[in-house]
Ligand binder design. Sequence first.
Ligand SMILES: Cc1cc2nc3c(=O)[nH]c(=O)nc-3n(C[C@H](O)[C@H](O)[C@H](O)COP(=O)(O)OP(=O)(O)OC[C@H]3O[C@@H](n4cnc5c(N)ncnc54)[C@H](O)[C@@H]3O)c2cc1C
Length: 378
Amino acid sequence: MIRHAEIAGAGFAGLTAAIALAQRGWTVRVHERSSSIRAEGFGITLHPNGLKVLEGLGVLDTVLQGAMRVSRQDRYNDRGEIAATFPVKQTYRVSRHHLISELESKARSLSVEIQTSSSAVAASEAGELILKDGQRLKADLIVGADGYLSQVRESLGLMRRRVWLKDGAMRMIIPRSDLEPVHEPRQGAPSSEYWSGTRRMIYSPCSPDEVYIAMTCLIEDTAAKAIPIDPIVWRQSFPAHTDLIDRILTQTAWETVKYVPFQVIHLKQWSKGKVAIVGDAANAMPPNLGQGGGVAMMNAWALAVALENAVPVEEALRHWERRERDLTDHTQRWSRLYSSATLWPPALRAIAFKAVERNAWVRSRYHRTANAVPAGWS
Ligand SMILES: Cc1cc2nc3c(=O)[nH]c(=O)nc-3n(C[C@H](O)[C@H](O)[C@H](O)COP(=O)(O)OP(=O)(O)OC[C@H]3O[C@@H](n4cnc5c(N)ncnc54)[C@H](O)[C@@H]3O)c2cc1C
């Protein structure tokens, strides 16, 4: 018998679940509240775990066209010196827009129906997705992949706690300047993280002609989180990067930039009856490990793998959570710990970075998610 899934949200989690289910013979319909399937125009880092999922979905090669390999991650201390260098295995920075459109094309090629301007407002554990226009759509599986404000999750009372952290980020992409080196995508470029007190700048080429920038600061730091940035404020913190700060000011499309406060979401459980909650809706986390999207895709993929077993959907969903939750909790803990370093004295922060570089156990914990093998791969 052919099984059917209704999915709320066409982000990384929703589209991954849609493709992985369709590959296993399910009929799938995805509801996206926006009028088009479009990701914000920033870069996203993909680690080996996310790349493996993309391989399983059959889109790895096309996604990596135009991606920039991350050759290493440099962490700078408050004096502008390299505090630590983290070697990375296969890691790439790709355009979110490109990644989402490759996932969308793949889903459509597998006959996944994608309905835009279609908002989910609730779900029932018996297996119904309820839309804003009042439609009640029955399915063998409902997936709430509707992001950190998930209405599907809220309708089922699954939230255990949401913790707002003290910091947040602004992201932008600017053109590479002729004074900067040209990086060949497969050879890659380093990703650099500069610290100054509670402020941070991340600089990472994301294509031969574009540089991805993230600027993080405390929520209470109104001077630093102003949009457009106040160059005097940022130059004071990063005097060695005045040229870059000026370029950020003049070359950013500011109407696309917002300051996003970081948060952590924990659910009582990831499913109720025939409804599964996945991605940021289930486990939002700060982006310090670059794993929010990676974990969203890994868990959405694992959901489809768990449903391969000929057991009732409810039981498969419990099995799915048992397999995935520990790694997800670990990822949230470590990305949150990293956020807390924002408030550490600079010397302690530099020691912590050194520990990731030098101490095998710390390093293995830090890279645990990146090196994890998604469900179904031996
Ligand atoms: C500053 C920053 C940097 C980051 N960097 C990285 C990184 O380098 N690597 C990484 O892996 N992750 C990164 N992340 C995290 C990553 O962006 C998220 O974890 C990821 O987007 C989550 O995917 P998702 O599909 O769960 O949710 P979303 O991407 O939020 O997608 C949810 C989708 O559901 C739709 N939707 C919402 N409500 C409804 C509704 N009611 N009905 C129907 N549709 C709905 C939305 O329009 C959206 O399309 C970063 C996050 C931030 C804030």
